[in-house]
Design a protein around this ligand. Structure first.
Ligand SMILES: [Zn+2]
Length: 474
């Protein structure tokens, strides 16, 4: 029985790859041979729910995760999710229970690492810092030290603060050290499944997606250095792995250009659905921080304060949430910025969901008359399972060219142009990509299908709690 090699590129999409494939000979060769498929992400298409679905083969209604932050309806509080927050079992557990061995490096939601003697784990960006805490078994920590392992170059907007050239250098260095660690572990330990996640692609595309699509030749050349490096790393691991029964190169979500930002909480407030509390000092400070966009000062400051974006996102979310009177509000967005995850208040009337869906889908941009929301999903359309009742009643997907901004209520217009060059220009989208070393028998693959496909490639039974399909012919 062969092995399985999973190589993920955070946020890789058809559009970016079509521009960068000339610089990616290894991936190009694979695509020429086996084809490039779309891979539908979770709703919302965010790394946390996406990877919970990849690991479990279940939808968010069963694993309970829709963002890096979870919102509790019971006490109105938010908390950062981690590996322990995933409800149900993962494919890794199913694999090691059969006696097989797994190596994962930087797989999102793998921190804290499982203490399973058949697993070698280097945890993910949920780890506050590089420490023995983020690995299992502890004996592999020197491998990280020796390779100067870094989780991320820094805060998500760091690219904007330090500039394209320097950020590309930093991203290449981080991924080179990550893949060097993976290679050493794959050499030193027996394995049946190995998974390595390239994280920097996401940060690079968030900061510079406008340059990828519309930059000068020199700017694209700069960006191209990262894609070329990512390709060399993929090629090295494929060579290291040798014969495998399943190879998948894939992404957890796609990307799109954010031309205009929508502040949906502000819209909900103006329509009378969301009720605000009185302004506190902390909130006014946060608004001030938001206005400090001049000279990239904000990103520079934030990248000094936060090496990792998640504590900042949590702080920003809590400041925003502290402004929302969740008892009196009929609808509000407490967490998440990729899609609008709308929770209804306790006293909301019958028919509110349907009315909100209709109104949201009818919002037009005052500047162009274009509709700004592609569609609104009702909870039962996208979430099935025992944890669905805790998830939002409505989820709004932005139309092409639009993205939801941070949720601080703020003032002014609820739709505005994105300031490319001083704020993020790339946003997540539903369609990721999948390249597999075999012909697919299932059409329109989804993230849920990865886990059953891995088990099938290992000749293991697909447990009945997994909802996805086996993608390849057996
Ligand atoms: Zn992202």
């Amino acid at each position: 029985m062969g092995r399985v090699l999973l190589l993920s590129l955070d946020g890789a999409c058809r559009e970016a790859l079509s521009l960068m494939l000339p610089r990616m000979p290894a991936l190009r060769k694979l695509i020429e041979k086996h084809g490039l498929h779309g891979l539908r992400s979770t709703v919302p298409p965010t790394t946390a729910p996406a990877w919970a679905s990849i690991q479990t083969g279940m939808n968010p209604g069963k694993h309970g995760i829709i963002d890096f932050l979870s919102y509790s309806r019971a006490d109105g509080r938010t908390s950062l999710v981690n590996s322990l927050a995933i409800r149900g079992r993962s494919m890794w557990e199913a694999i090691t229970a059969s006696g097989m061995r797994v190596i994962t490096v930087n797989v999102p939601l793998s921190y804290p690492p499982a203490r399973d003697r058949r697993r070698v784990t280097v945890g993910c960006m949920l780890s506050p810092k590089v420490s023995p805490d983020m690995v299992y078994p502890a004996e592999i920590y020197p491998v990280l030290r020796r390779n100067s392992y870094t989780i991320l170059p820094g805060f998500i907007g760091r690219g904007i603060a330090v500039g394209l050239e320097r950020f590309v250098d930093e991203c290449i260095r981080v991924e080179e050290s990550r893949f060097a660690v993976a290679e050493e572990l794959m050499e030193a330990y027996d394995w049946d499944v190995a998974a390595v996640h390239n994280q920097c692609l996401d940060a690079l595309q968030h900061c510079f997606y406008h340059l990828l699509l519309g930059g000068t030749e020199e700017e694209r050349e700069e960006l191209g250095r990262f894609y070329a490096a990512a390709d060399r790393l993929i090629e090295r691991l494929i060579r290291r792995a040798g014969r495998v029964s399943m190879l998948a190169v894939f992404s957890d979500h796609g990307f799109t250009l954010a031309e205009r930002y929508i502040n949906l909480n502000l819209w909900l407030k103006r329509r009378g659905y969301l009720k605000e509390k009185n302004s506190g000092l902390a909130y006014r400070l946060a608004l001030l921080l938001r206005r400090m966009d001049v000279l990239r000062l904000r990103n520079l400051l934030l990248s000094r304060l936060f090496r990792n974006s998640l504590p900042f996102v949590k702080l920003r979310t809590e400041l925003s949430l502290s402004r929302i009177d969740t008892h009196r509000s009929r609808a509000f967005i407490p967490v998440g910025a990729t899609f609008g995850c709308i929770y209804l208040g306790g006293g909301s009337e019958a028919g509110l969901r349907e009315r909100l869906k209709r109104e949201l889908e009818g919002i037009t941009d005052p500047a162009s008359g274009r509709r700004v929301i592609a569609r609104v999903y009702l909870r039962e359309e996208v979430y099935r399972g025992e944890h669905a009742p805790g998830l939002p009643e409505l989820v709004a997907e932005p139309a092409e060219g639009y993205a939801f901004g941070p949720q601080l209520l703020g003032e002014g217009r609820f739709i505005r142009a994105a300031r490319h060059g001083t704020e993020l220009s790339g946003a997540h989208a539903m369609q990721g990509v999948l390249v597999m070393n075999t012909k697919l028998i299932a059409s329109e693959p989804e993230l849920l299908d990865i886990a059953p496909s891995v088990l099938a490639a290992l000749n293991l039974q697909v447990p009945e709690w997994m909802e996805g399909r086996v993608l390849q012919a057996r």
